[in-house]
Design a protein around this ligand. Sequence first.
Ligand code: HEM
Length: 457
Amino acid sequence: MAITTSIEQVPSRKISLGLSLLRHIQHDPLGAAKQLQQQYGDVAKLNILFRRIYYFFSPEAARQILVDHQSDFVRESRQLKVFASFQGKNVLTTEGADWDRQRRILTPGFSPKRVAGYMDLMNAAIHDSVSAELPVEPGKTAVVDADFLTTRVTMDVILRTLFSYATTQAEAAKVSIAIRALSRQSMRELFWPIIPPKWLPYPGRAAKLEQLKIIHTLIDEHIQARTSTNTDSKQDVLSMLLAARDDQPGAGNASLSAQEIHDNCFVLFAAGFDTASSAMSWWIGLMATHPGIVEQLRQEITAANTTALESIARLPLLNATIKEAMRLYPPSTALFTRVAQKDVVIGDTPVAKNTLVVIPIWNLHHDARSFAEPNVFRPERFLPDAPAIPRGAYLPFGAGPHFCLGQHFASIEMALIAAHLIQHFDFALAEGETLPEPVVDLVLKPKSGLRVRVTRR
Ligand code: HEM
């Protein structure tokens, strides 16, 4: 049953269990959030299965929750437990002192300076995977699914930067299928009434164990190969993880444990490739439908007259197109929640302890109060001399202490992919295609696939 009926007929606080609403949120989070905003304005107060859930739709509120009141909110423990049952205890699945320590040790490894050191690995992966998937002879055309292409490229990038390892098409496909199947299973488990113990037979368990084995084996093999030799001269993320130390006074220069290194490799896979793949698929779709911008990008690259990756990755219009693509199609839209640790007031709304608050990134990014003509692709919004964007209105990488650890990594990676594609290919949507509707499949995906005609220049 559609949510419209249930929430229009009965004020939200009187909904008995809110099960139809829960189902709507589970199956169509974007549609549900849109409807809640239309109906309730800036704050929607819901009661689902006796749980208080507040949606905050204004940028000021998002900012207050994530930044100003950061110590009054934590990530939901149930969500962390479900993710931990897949990934172990890493920077994404822990809270408190454990998270603090891991985040502190990992952060320097993802600084802009350190990420610049991964650029050559990224670039090699981009060249190899694009050449393997797209025509290499000038004038030749291929019709490809954008998601298939970007999955291959971003999987290559993450494997190359993590382990200095050049994967094959078959392996990239196997690993990405496993990660996505695990992501979907974790989404399902989030909505189950209990977190099933390991021994209990439950729907999807056998497939989950099989897919987990694929990822664990891959990670173990690379860590073992690296640690079995005494010399590690690599410039990759694994090298960084093995060398990272806690330099906080009193921490004794401690490293991550072997298990933590494994579990953090897992999250870098899980958080790192599908998000960037989603962003680049939508970017390709937007380039295919905005040939004038493609021309401007080519002029920008030509005018820069450089092959230095660091300069290319910083080109303003190139970056603006990627930022605007992530505004229109934010990859991480679902599950952006926090739980109040104590009674707190957000704006003028009292939020009682234990309330689950939702920050609906999609709605924030499409709010006409922050972005004029919010559904129109306008990269100039993100050029250096554009008017400032309201704080809290643009959150593709989150904000506050949990903001995306891989933000610089992803930004550089996406700029290099975009520059490579723009320089070597012309894009158009495949015949009869329009830009598809987005759908949340953990990250934001094109609902009906996005087929593009790509011609080598
Ligand atoms: C376009 C690409 C990406 C997007 C849109 C994205 C988005 C996000 C968002 C919104 C969060 C915050 C979640 C929250 O506050 O609850 C996050 C966290 C995180 N991201 Fe990303 N991400 C991207 C790429 C990456 C990459 C490439 C990596 C690693 C190589 C990465 C690693 C992480 C990790 C480890 C966290 C957890 C941080 C913490 O809780 O301390 N992400 N990401």
